[in-house]
Design a binder for this molecule. Sequence first.
Ligand code: GLC
Length: 584
Amino acid sequence: MGIAGRVTAPLPLRLGFPGVAPPRSAAHPRKGGWGRKRNPPCAANSLHPSNNNPRARHHDPSLKVPGGDVDGMGVNGGAAKPSLAPTPQKRRRAPCDVEEEAWGLLRESVVRYCGSPVGTIAACDPNDACPLNYDQVFIRDFVPSGIAFLLKGEYDIVRNFILHTLQLQSWEKTMDCHSPGQGLMPASFKVRVIPLDDNGTTEEVLDPDFGEAAIGRVAPVDSGLWWIILLRAYGKCSGDMSFHERIDVQTGIKLILKLCLADGFDMFPTLLVTDGSCMIDRRMGIHGHPLEIQALFYSALLSARELLTPEDGSADLIRALNSRLMALSFHIREYYWLDKRKLNEIYRYKTEEYSYDAVNKFNIYPDQIPSWLVEWIPPKGGYFIGNLQPAHMDFRFFSLGNLWSIVSSLATTHQSHAILDLVEAKWSDLVAEMPMKICHPALEGQEWKFITGSDPKNTPWSYHNGGSWPTLLWQLTVACIKMDRPEIAARAVEVAERRISSDKWPEYYDTKRARFIGKQARLFQTWSIAGFLVAKLLLENPEKSRILWNNEDEEILNALSLMADASNSKRKRGRKVLKRTYIV
Ligand code: GLC
């Protein structure tokens, strides 16, 4: 794990990009390990007591304090020891009780560092003797928590989170002598208390995990993208419009962009990633160009363009960003889109077309159309498929990628409505008894065996493999509000409200219709709690969801229609028109 080193300022200013950044060896005292910096010593007072602990109603007070390691090393999760005797739950709570409870739980999950709130712990279940890494602050999990606090007008925690994770970005990080790019953001971090002497003096240390301790050792590609999205939302909501102009924040944005926009072997504008590099952080057959990453990437690019301050050195970066935006939206809108008409087209595809004007560009064999899809695709509605590779379309429906395509305007207006039409048409599959399915359908039998590697956590209709995740409620809500169809989200919130609190805010649900609390689901999962709160707050105040969505860009729209025209006439007239290029 980490190697201790010291820095003297909690938020060292990094100057410039990237040439003027301090040499990595200078910032990181020992190379070849997962670097760690320490903040100056401060009182280990992070276990802040909560006066009103809703968990006390559910649990035996003698049980373990969540997040507070017995050896005194971890302080994540500021839950206090329950002080009341447990009272069995007898009645379903009225909606505002549920919200009140959720706020209590969310506040309890706050992690402090040197006395300041810096994030929220992933899960905070006092009955859980083995929290694995759920006692850490996950970047992606914090997003709904951060939004909930922003919507409540509590900006400090989000600002602190942004600045502290920014510090972690520049960590020296290697795995078996290999280092990922400098802009990588950690998947999670932990606040550790280090005893300094026998007199009880301690200091706190931020300890990031870039995937070196995560199951599968996968780098979290989505962390940096979410970071940019949250940064923009912070500015929009708090009104602190100069925060993103700080030189260290600008450098952070550029490092993320540089990593994402680096040239490689790719023919596609989509971001090429390994399996498990996003919310689905285990092997699930999503390596390649998964939709979720592409939607977040698009959203982060648009957001970064708004946030970058114009300066001499950034012209090339902005140019690269603009052309990537356009190519990416064309590629996804054109090749990932599926509805009944398109499926019929694929069903009749000719294969082995060697030419520049091929219709079946990726050489998809119609035989791979799964039988479930033929029945499932509704007459009205459509969606973006999960992934596209040569001779392979992953036809599964992934909720987060589709919802965020709406939010980010990666989908056209027509496609956005069609995705919501599909959610409505397939309500009993996608929402069922708990919103919302992470993907549909599940991998079963031999497919499950080969694709997941016989993963016992990802058995059919469980966890990432067709499980239902309440946190997705907030993304659904933002998407519905953007398309002026909030009633869909309101219906889903109502479904969740029936049981989420009495089920103790599970991480996920199992079975086709989400009837059971997930086999290994954590309880009091923070992003289930925060996701519910954000959905409620936004439905009460729909205008506020603007802090998250990106508007359709006129320039991209015009360029896309030119590209579509060119692509059509290319098919008709052969190769000649290829000469035209479109640079914004
Ligand atoms: C699981 C989820 C991941 C989440 C983490 C912490 O690993 O797959 O998306 O960030 O738990 O809640």
